[in-house]
Design a protein around this ligand. Structure first.
Ligand code: 2BA
Length: 113
């Protein structure tokens, strides 16, 4: 019987990305790292795409959790929250960022050509 494959998409803070990449490699998870930008803060973050078997999913989530710290950030007034004037705000605002934002997807097919 074939194992169920999962794809984990994890958006993490840039500062946590190198340690997470090292830990993934040490634990023999195969990962792809993308430079991405958050839609709200418009700042760089890092997105990992990690394919794994269902039986290793919990280990993988633990590993992401161990490496990604939650942090607070004060956003300056008048940041470009949206492209419209209504999206601008006039006072500093504190937002809580990550740990990590993690999506787990079922993989219908996994092919290496
Ligand atoms: P950003 O979109 O730059 O969001 C950074 C942080 O700003 C978020 O942290 C959240 O605390 C806050 N935030 C986002 N939208 C907000 C809003 N409309 N009003 C007030 N505060 C808001 P996280 O939730 O930890 O998200 C970190 C990054 O993960 C996001 O960066 C985005 O790149 C990604 N992300 C989060 N949720 C997502 C989702 N549902 N789909 C796709 N990407 C997501």
């Amino acid at each position: 019987m074939s194992e169920t494959k999962k794809m984990v998409v994890a958006i993490v803070h840039d500062h946590d990305a190198p340690d997470l990449m090292d830990s993934l490699a040490n634990a023999r998870f195969q990962a792809t790292k993308l430079a991405t930008t958050g839609g709200f803060l418009r700042e760089g973050n890092t997105t990992f795409i990690i394919g794994t078997d269902e039986e290793h999913l919990e280990e993988l989530i633990d590993l992401i959790n161990d490496n990604c710290k939650s942090r607070k950030k004060t956003v300056a007034p008048m940041s470009p929250v949206a492209n419209t004037l209504e999206g601008y705000y006039s006072f500093p605002m504190e937002v809580q960022i990550g740990g990590a934002t993690v999506f787990v997807l079922d993989v219908e097919k996994f092919i290496k050509l």
